[in-house]
Design a protein around this ligand. Structure first.
Ligand code: 0O2
Length: 231
């Protein structure tokens, strides 16, 4: 008599598929392809980071100060990619990831003043190997929760030994004050086992307004100093 339940039989079938030679080879091949794509995204991040470092150098020679405070970059984690594929109902193929997920490679440029955000983004977008795919200006139009940053999705070429590939990179430009708010908001919102209440959201929005005012006042102070220097 066969005592195996339907679940047991399904489990057995799946295990057989896993140990099947052809399936294993297919999985290894896919993971090699995936690692290759991730390496290309890393190269694209290096290209963009170098471009910003060059702009920072040039600006500091001309104006005696650095517009960039710091640069952070990251490759999106596999669970985050999976979650986004699911949420947007995109098939889990490498082609679909490259085509539809714009932030596999992400770089954050933390600037000193709001004006630096726009000076740097304009200088980058003027470069003839950069193509702007999308722009979201959450500084001019903050999100309802108070989030501010300038988001650019760009395409940048990377030059490999025998081919040129064009890769997408998400660039987030923001000031130190915007970054401080966004980092703390992220920490608070995703704190485990705590309920995020409406009045906490109101308080965060108030903090975002204070941070925007701080940016405006610091920018004005910098303008006054620039003017004094010219006279
Ligand atoms: P991570 O780990 O930072 O990458 P989508 O990306 O398609 O889900 P959309 O509208 O294209 O949505 O993206 P959006 O809102 O322009 O930008 C998404 C990224 O911006 C987020 O990435 C955050 O990094 C940042 N961001 C957007 N809104 C907020 C916010 O309210 N608070 C904070 N702290 N950050 C925000 P991920 O994918 O969430 O994660």
């Amino acid at each position: 008599m066969n005592n195996k339940t339907l679940n047991d039989q399904e489990f057995e079938k799946k295990m057989q598929a896993l140990t099947d030679e052809a399936t294993l080879e297919w999985m290894q091949e896919k993971s090699r392809e995936f690692m290759k794509i991730i390496a290309y995204y890393r190269c694209a991040l290096m290209e963009i980071e170098t471009k910003f470092n060059v702009l920072n150098q040039e600006y500091s020679l001309q104006h005696d100060r650095n517009p960039i405070n710091s640069i952070k970059s990251r490759i999106k984690s596999i669970p985050s990619i999976r979650e986004k594929l699911k949420r947007k109902d995109i098939p889990a193929t490498l082609e679909a990831i490259e085509e539809n997920i714009n932030d596999v490679a992400g770089i954050r440029i933390i600037c000193a003043f709001p004006e630096d955000v726009y000076t740097l983004s304009e200088a980058l977008l003027k470069q003839d190997d950069i193509t702007l795919i999308a722009k979201k200006d959450y500084i001019k139009n903050p999100k309802p929760n108070g989030y501010r940053s300038l988001h650019l999705i760009v395409a940048v070429p990377i030059f490999l030994a025998s081919e040129k590939r064009v890769m997408k990179v998400e660039i987030q430009l923001r000031t130190i004050a915007m970054d401080c708010w966004a980092s703390l908001e992220h920490q608070l919102r995703y704190k485990k086992d705590f309920e995020f209440t409406d009045d906490m959201a109101d308080e965060l929005l108030e903090c975002a307004k204070i941070s925007a005012e701080l940016d405006a006042r610091m920018n004005a102070l910098r303008d006054r100093l620039d003017l004094d220097e010219q006279n």
